[in-house]
Design a protein around this ligand. Structure first.
Ligand code: ACO
Length: 325
């Protein structure tokens, strides 16, 4: 028997306020056409004053717990991927744990920028498979609106706020093959040589300020497709699966051009690609669970489907996961 981290449910939350490209064009020198052509983004959600990353995460976690139909007290691990925590410390995951009325087990944040959800999923999966914990909430939650320079048109048009969550349960599964339900494989990578290509120019130890996001967009674009496809090939080789056998491709939603180019290079059929970047923008660690929740709710992702996840972001960090839903 093999222990697998099986998905019991997912949920998500988006702040109410929607900011369209037209609204941005009324404030800075940009246009709906430019943003749609270069990124595929049409609108994004932005958190209200006083609405923190933990608030978004708690709402997403509650939705996931309801979808899983389980007692929140059965959760003994919370791993929260975020680069926009409520405070420098304690971890936002602890605020989420408290908000859910849980005071046992462990809760911590994981910082891998846009790859945060894949890194959090891999971490939780390893803890569950080693029997250290039984049931985990894996959350991606961000308020990137708080670290954007709203006068920098090269970055502020790209990002949005939101949160998504999965409930994972350690379960014994058949034969340790790709027919099992649950997380089948994860592959994580990072390379700090690229750390200044996408970063925030502030922090507690360096400037004692929060700082703003800075990015060499072309450089990120140049590396993204190769890195993404490399870790997906790793996932295929580890499991014997392929572009043909996956049911859904749920990539980090950074940019439609990066997603299209990655899917094309891997020969993944366009109808298998779940796209939400048009409505959510890039929500960093939240983008994959937000997209998963959309595709589960509209009936695309069903029990037994083979779902491929990937992300790439600041660091650079990048990673993939293959999950039998
Ligand atoms: N509106 C209008 N014009 C703009 C805007 C804007 N919002 N932003 C930049 N421009 C202008 C530039 O000033 C430049 O003008 P110039 O030629 O007069 O100097 C022109 O558009 C072209 O700028 P580039 O930066 O060369 O545009 P590019 O085609 O590379 O597109 C983009 C920029 C969309 C950022 C692209 O590089 C990209 O997608 N990069 C990937 C970055 C990304 O997705 N990052 C997300 C975080 S990382 C991740 O999640 C994977």
């Amino acid at each position: 028997m093999t222990i697998r981290s099986v998905v019991l449910g997912c949920g998500s939350y988006l702040p109410q306020r929607v900011v369209t490209n037209a609204e941005l064009a009324s404030r800075i020198e940009t246009s709906d056409d430019w943003i749609v052509q270069r990124t595929g983004i049409r609108e994004r959600h932005v958190a209200a004053d006083g609405e923190f990353t933990s608030h978004l995460a708690i709402n997403a976690a509650r939705a996931a717990l309801a979808a899983a139909d389980i007692d929140p007290q059965s959760i003994d691990l919370i791993v929260l991927g975020t680069s926009t925590p409520d405070n420098t410390f304690p971890a936002t995951a602890v605020a989420v744990q408290h908000g859910l009325g849980i005071n046992h087990g462990a809760a911590f944040d994981l910082q891998a920028v846009c790859s945060g959800f894949v890194f959090a999923l891999a971490t939780a999966d390893n803890f569950l498979r080693s029997r250290s914990f039984k049931r985990a909430l894996v959350i991606g939650a961000e308020t990137f609106s708080r670290i954007l320079d709203w006068n920098d048109r090269t970055t502020c048009v790209l990002f949005g706020d939101g949160a998504g969550a999965l409930v994972l349960d350690a379960q014994e599964q058949g034969g340790g093959t790709a027919a099992d339900r649950g997380v089948l494989t994860t592959h994580l990578r990072s390379d700090g040589r690229h750390k200044s290509k996408l970063y925030v120019d502030g922090g507690p130890s360096s400037t004692q300020t929060v700082g703003h996001l800075r990015m060499e967009g072309r450089e990120v674009f140049k590396h993204a497709v190769g890195m993404i496809t490399d870790v997906i090939v790793d996932a295929f080789e580890a499991t014997g699966q392929s572009a043909e056998t996956i049911d859904w491709f749920v990539p980090h939603q950074a940019n439609k051009r990066i997603i299209d180019a990655s899917a094309h290079k891997l020969h993944i059929a366009p109808e298998k690609v779940v796209l939400t970047v048009d409505r959510h923008g890039n929500t960093s660690a939240a983008s994959i669970p937000l997209a998963l929740d959309v595709a589960v709710k509209d009936g695309r992702i069903k029990k037994g489907d083979l779902v491929l996840l990937e992300a790439m972001g600041g660091g650079f960090t990048w990673g993939s996961a293959l999950v039998r839903w």
